[in-house]
Design a protein around this ligand. Structure first.
Ligand code: IPM
Ligand code: MG
Length: 372
C-alpha cells in the first residue's frame, strides 16, 4: 500500500517520540512491502517561533494533501504561564482538528499484564481493563464563543452542541461497542447542563438502531470516581469534548503511564494519530520520554487503513518491550539508562526479527551485560 503521511512533531518531546514512530513505520513498510512517504511540518510553539502562526498555511495544506497525519505534542511553558498571550500553541492543534473535521477522538485504555504493579491502583481493580473512549473533538466548550469583558473581570466559554455533532460520533461509538463487549456508557452532566440533556436524548434515540448494545448513563463526576473504583465496568465510553479530555487523562493511570496512551482522531475525510500526552517540556532532549504512545498511535494509523497484521505486530513488539522492561523511566525507574531511542530501536528490531525476540536484546543493542 502507498501512504503519504504528514509528520507534525510539534513541541517539547513531540519530535523525539514521533521520530521513533516514524522509524517503526519505516520498518513496517520495508517488512510488508509498503511505500510510506513522510513529510514534516511545523505546528504549535515551534510554528509560532518560525512562522508567527501555530498552524501555518503550509502545514494545513500538507495535511490536506496526505492520507494521514502523525502528530507529536503541543505546548510550551512560556504560554502556559502567560494567560494574556494572544497566540497560543494549542490553537494550532484545535484549528487542525476543526479544519480537518476530526470529530471523533478514539482513545484505547488497557491494563498491560506486565505493568499491573506500576499503576497506583490495586492490581485487582485494573487487571483486565479494556476501555475505548470516544471523545467528541470538534465541538462543545472548546469551540464555543469565548468572551472577555472590557474590564477583563468577566469571561465566558459557550458549550454548544448540535444534534448532528452528537449523532455522528454516537454511531461510531455504538458500532465500536458492537465489535467489542456491547456496551456504551454515555458520560455527561445531564442533571445540570442543557447540552448534556441533548446528548442523552439523541444518544438514546440512536441506541434504538443498535439493539445488541446496552446503553448506560453516568454523570461525569460519578464517572471520574468509577474510573478508579471499578474501571472494568466500562467498554466504550462516549462523551463530549472536555469531559473526554479529563476522563482520558484519568484513565491513563490504569495503564501505569500516560506515556502509553495512543489516539486516533478521525473525520469523514482525514485522520490524525497522536499520543494523548502533552509536550512534557521538562523532559525535552533528555531521552526519557516514552515513545510507546506515539508508536501505538502509528499502529492505529495502520489499522485505519486495514493494515491490521502490521498494526498487530507493532502491538506485540510493544508488549514484548514492556515484558522485557525495555522501558523509559516513567515506567521503570530502575532502568533509567533505557532511552526513548532504545525503546524505538527495540520495536524496530522486533519488526525485522519477530521470531528471534527472545535473544538478549539489551546485550546486543544497549551494550549492557544484563542477562534477561
Ligand atoms: C489532548 C490535549 C489537548 C486537548 C490540548 C493540548 C489542547 O490535552 O489532546 O487531550 O485539550 O484536547
Ligand atoms: Mg488532554
Amino acid at each position: 500500500m502507498k501512504l503519504k503521511i504528514a509528520v507534525l512533531p510539534g513541541d517539547g518531546v513531540g519530535p523525539e517520540v514521533t521520530n521513533q514512530a516514524v522509524k517503526v513505520l519505516k520498518a513496517i513498510a520495508s517488512e510488508f512491502d509498503h511505500t510510506f512517504s513522510f513529510k514534516t511540518a511545523d505546528v504549535g510553539a515551534v510554528a509560532i517561533d518560525n512562522h508567527n502562526d501555530p498552524l501555518p498555511k503550509a502545514t494545513l495544506s500538507l495535511c490536506k494533501s496526505t492520507d494521514a497525519i502523525l502528530f507529536g505534542a503541543i505546548g510550551h511553558p512560556k504560554y502556559d504561564n502567560d494567560p494574556s498571550a494572544k497566540v497560543r500553541p494549542e490553537q494550532g492543534l484545535l484549528k487542525l482538528r476543526k479544519e480537518l473535521g476530526l470529530f471523533a477522538n478514539i482513545r484505547p485504555v488497557q491494563a498491560y499484564k506486565s505493568l499491573l504493579d506500576k499503576s497506583p491502583l490495586k492490581k485487582a481493580i485494573i487487571d483486565g481493563v479494556d476501555i475505548s473512549i470516544y471523545r467528541e473533538l470538534t465541538g462543545g466548550i472548546y469551540f464555543g464563543t469565548k468572551t472577555v469583558s472590557d474590564d477583563g473581570n468577566t469571561a465566558s466559554d459557550l458549550c454548544q452542541y448540535t444534534r448532528k455533532e452528537i449523532e455522528r460520533i454516537a454511531h461510531l461509538a455504538f458500532k465500536a461497542a458492537g465489535a467489542r463487549r456491547n456496551k456504551v456508557t454515555l458520560v455527561d452532566k445531564a442533571n445540570v447542563l442543557e447540552s448534556s440533556r441533548l446528548w442523552r436524548k439523541v444518544v438514546t434515540e440512536i441506541a434504538e438502531d443498535y439493539k445488541d448494545v446496552k446503553l448506560e448513563f453516568l454523570f461525569v463526576d460519578n464517572a471520574a470516581m468509577q474510573m478508579i473504583l471499578n474501571p472494568k465496568q466500562f467498554d466504550v465510553i462516549l462523551t463530549e469534548n472536555m469531559f473526554g479530555d479529563i476522563i482520558s487523562d484519568e484513565a491513563s493511570v490504569i495503564g501505569g503511564s500516560i506515556g502509553l496512551l495512543a489516539s486516533a482522531s478521525v473525520g469523514e475525510k482525514y485522520a490524525m494519530f497522536e499520543p494523548i500526552h502533552g509536550s512534557y517540556p521538562q523532559a525535552e532532549g533528555k531521552g526519557i520520554a516514552n515513545p510507546i504512545a506515539s508508536i501505538l498511535s502509528a499502529a492505529m494509523l495502520l489499522d485505519h487503513f486495514g493494515l491490521n497484521n502490521e498494526a498487530e505486530l507493532i502491538r506485540i513488539a510493544v508488549d514484548k518491550s514492556l515484558k522485557l522492561q525495555i522501558t523509559t523511566p516513567d515506567i521503570n525507574a530502575n532502568f533509567d539508562s533505557i532511552t526513548t531511542t532504545n525503546v524505538g530501536d527495540f520495536v524496530e528490531d522486533f519488526i525485522f526479527n519477530p521470531k528471534d525476540s527472545n535473544r538478549n536484546f539489551k546485550n546486543i543493542h544497549l551494550g549492557q551485560s544484563t542477562i534477561i
